[in-house]
Design a protein around this ligand. Structure first.
Ligand SMILES: NC(=O)C1=CN([C@@H]2O[C@H](COP(=O)(O)OP(=O)(O)OC[C@H]3O[C@@H](n4cnc5c(N)ncnc54)[C@H](O)[C@@H]3O)[C@@H](O)[C@H]2O)[C@@H](O)CC1
Ligand SMILES: Nc1ncnc2c1ncn2[C@@H]1O[C@H](COP(=O)(O)OP(=O)(O)O)[C@@H](O)[C@H]1O
Ligand SMILES: [K+]
Length: 477
């Protein structure tokens, strides 16, 4: 799996790469700039906007390459060359073309704008001249190519400061960062290209990644045929509980998704009044009504429980939650199941996977949603360690953590931002666990399958949770 590194890990990565290639840091910068230059869209005229550090250095080198390639190049330097240091100063000195120190008039004279303002060294919101430059770039009609990362986007977290360069293409050098694909990342990077400068991954073997990118290939396991000599009992017994009055749809979506994911036997637990309707909607699903009594219900034997979708927070909800959470069944906890957990101090040993969206995560960590989104990796890791389970933090660039390692999904889109798609995901995770996959493996495969199905459907804003379930099989063909 493709590793993702934090900004503090990029210096040792650069050093290891230079060492492997047996070149110095300036030669590495030259290779980086050449790699970016090769990804430049077809153009005659380009503006290269350079900042105060080595990202700016890459820009100066790229500008000289373009000049030697007979392009019409202009560098807009936010920092005068005399104030630069190290490789960036050298790069500015080697540039033989035209330079300006203020915004060029006629922004539409350029075919391409290269954003070489900030890379991994961005440490605060761009203000003053830098803010003006980013706003200028964003107003240009030209195609925008960002070197390493769009300036203003925080590589560690994917938080985009206001303003951030809106790139058409981003060329990451040597390594990618979590911020390229989670939180705001995908809205700002445009087409994302990683150029490793022909340095093999093993060169960084000693550097611990912050996360890994999940890959489509992990679904190959699900494409394998089942043993002929097997039966429904071989694929697990699953309980799906939730759906207080008026919310039957949540458990129906979840149970149906588990069914289509291959689980053997599925029983839904909902209210006494709604239970008879379950087989009417989906004959393969069995149903059990819970009255809300304090007395222990008869809990059928099960390998996995999915709890919380449309559960609510009434007395009925709390009584069901309490009884099922103490039943000692490996549990996928979702939605209101998580909200009830946030309100109680008891340890919950049976939780195998929890699937919070940022608001549910914020309730569990007693903070605001913006604190979760400010560092999604930290949030998911904290939850996984606290509850000793696999945590799936949903949203753009869904992150999965088992407390040791983190995994980010690069697929899916805001087409999934519609009611019930989370219920479908919980059903898929529980459905895979019921078939014997580990909690982590089930979460990883379900998240990738779910996101790729949305991409495959290509229904845009018309996508519904039911469409998603219907199209699941097509991604495995
Ligand atoms: N040999 C090398 O050094 C290589 C460098 N590379 C490039 O170097 C970049 C990293 O270089 P740096 O570490 O110099 O980082 P940056 O080029 O991102 O710049 C950091 C500088 O910007 C300042 N700064 C940060 N936020 C600011 C803000 N909001 N307003 C004003 N100033 C701000 C910092 O104080 C620091 O001086 C990478 O992203 C990549 O583009 C790559 O070419 C790989 C090789
Ligand atoms: N902007 C987005 N980009 C990618 N995936 C998204 C986006 N918005 C929502 N999703 C996905 O859609 C699902 C929504 O889940 P959730 O918020 O629990 O909805 P519900 O409770 O209505 O089912 C999650 O899998 C989430 O990751
Ligand atoms: K940049």
């Amino acid at each position: 799996m493709q590793p993702l590194y934090r900004s503090q890990q990029t210096k040792p990565i650069d050093a290891a790469a230079a060492d492997y290639l047996q070149i110095d840091s300036y030669q590495l910068m030259q290779r980086a700039a050449l790699a970016v230059y090769r990804h430049l869209p077809d153009c005659e005229t380009l503006l290269v906007v350079t900042g105060p550090g080595n990202n700016g250095g890459d820009g100066w080198v790229l500008a000289e390459l373009a000049r030697q390639d007979h392009k019409k190049v202009l560098v807009w330097a936010l920092q005068k060359p005399a104030t630069l240091s190290g490789d960036a100063a050298k790069a500015a000195e080697d540039y033989q073309g035209e330079v300006v120190y203020a915004a060029p008039a006629e922004p539409d004279q350029f075919d391409v704008v290269v954003d070489a303002l900030f890379g991994t060294g961005l440490s605060r919101a761009p203000g003053g001249l830098y803010q003006d430059a980013i706003e200028y770039i964003n107003q240009c009609q030209a195609k925008v190519l960002s070197v390493d990362i769009p300036s203003g986007l925080v590589g560690d977290t994917g938080v985009a400061y206001i303003p951030t360069v809106q790139a058409d293409k981003t060329v990451a050098i040597l390594n990618m960062m979590p911020g390229h694909i989670t939180a705001d990342g995908r809205d700002y990077c445009g087409e994302l290209i990683l150029d490793r400068l022909a340095v093999p991954e093993r060169v960084y073997a000693d550097i611990d990644p912050s996360a890994y990118v999940l890959k489509q290939a992990m679904l190959n396991l699900l494409k394998q045929a089942r043993k002929h000599n097997s039966h429904k009992g071989s694929y697990g017994r699953l309980l799906v509980a939730g759906g207080q009055h008026g919310m039957l749809g949540a458990v129906l979506l979840c149970g149906t998704a588990a069914l289509v994911s291959g689980a053997g036997l599925i029983q839904l637990i909902t209210t006494q009044e709604q239970a008879p309707w379950v087989p009417v909607h989906r004959p393969e699903l069995m149903a059990l009504g819970f009255t809300g009594s304090e007395h222990q219900i008869h809990i059928p034997p099960a390998d996995v429980l999915i709890l919380g979708m449309g559960l609510g927070s009434s007395q009925w909800s709390k009584a069901l939650w309490q009884q099922l959470m103490t039943a000692n069944i490996p549990t996928v906890l979702d939605a209101d199941g998580l909200n009830l957990l946030a309100d109680c101090d008891e340890a919950a040993d049976s939780i195998a996977v929890m699937t919070p969206h940022p608001k549910e995560a914020a309730r569990l960590l007693n903070c605001a949603v913006k604190d979760i989104q400010a560092d999604r990796i930290k949030a998911v890791e904290t939850l996984a360690k606290r509850y000793q389970c696999v945590v799936v933090l949903k949203g753009s660039g869904t992150i999965i953590s088992d407390g040791e390692e983190n995994f980010i999904c690069p697929y899916g889109s805001a087409d999934l931002a519609t009611a019930g798609t989370g219920d479908v995901l919980a059903g898929m995770i529980g459905g895979l666990m019921a078939q014997g996959f580990s909690a982590l493996q089930s979460a990883q495969m379900a998240v990738v399958w779910h996101a790729l199905t949305a991409d495959h459907c290509a229904l845009g804003r018309c996508l519904t949770a039911s469409d998603l379930i219907r199209h699941l099989p097509e991604v495995l063909i």
